[in-house]
Design a protein around this ligand. Sequence first.
Ligand SMILES: [Zn+2]
Length: 311
Amino acid sequence: MQRSSDALPTQPLLADSLGSRKRPVCNACASEVVRLRNVRSPIDGRYYALYECKRCRSRSFDAHEHQTDLAALYDSLAEASAQTYELPFQRSSYWSHEVAFIRRMLGREPVSVLDAGCRTGDFLLHWPETVRRVGVELSHRSAQIAGRRGLAVHEMQLEDLQIHDRFEIVTCYAILEHLTAPRQFLAKLADLVQEGGVLAVLVPSFETLKARALEAVGYRWHMYRPPEHLNLYSRPFLDTYLAQEGFSLVARRYTSGGTFNPLGRVPLLGKAFAKAMWLVDANSPLHLVPVFDHMYAYYRLGTERRRRSAQ
Ligand SMILES: [Zn+2]
């Protein structure tokens, strides 16, 4: 938790800081939004209006509230973690746990897995080579590494993917909050799942005890990171949107995602706390209730794909 810089802003809300520009609509469902408050971005130090949708209750920032070069932002973020890119692939207990969870849900080994936003392929590589493993990745450098690791990687926007078959498992971890056009992306994601298959998403959730508690005591929830994070989806939005596509919710769980560590800077103790949190995340029944803010949701597509509504 970053303290001083995370306190909520004290500057008053301006009556109409958008000036003559059009009021934004909900990124998720395109309905009317209301302004909740101003949030100071930890990325660029500027204030962004946080909006809540009147209809689906999702929250969003307007990516264009300030002039921003998103490509440059992502380049600099990639640069900051560049040293981790070339590390040899290593199995992790985190991804092994996720793969085991999905396998149990499906009841067998899947034939095919597609990971939207696969980065360097770490998740996909936890599936055996006998599974058809396909990644979609926008970052050239990440896509190249994933390709060198033996994965089939499409370096492009998911929406532009021209692929005629569908996948038994489609996953999307920590991508949906970043999108400037989430509706098109979500539609494509749902479309890639084959009948009877599973769609797994990871999103930050403000409908959790941690996010609510931070806000109650006047701190910025750390997932409010405009213009990097633009969309915070409500549970009803995700469930309803996917139900209209023919999906039903199979499981939902919540973890700290390894980000909750008040002892993070203390040698040894920080590491011990991280290990303890991992055990809580992986094994305790706490993950069944919305306490921590990393929300994993798993949906199964019925045997009949529904026609998309005009939402
Ligand atoms: Zn909405």
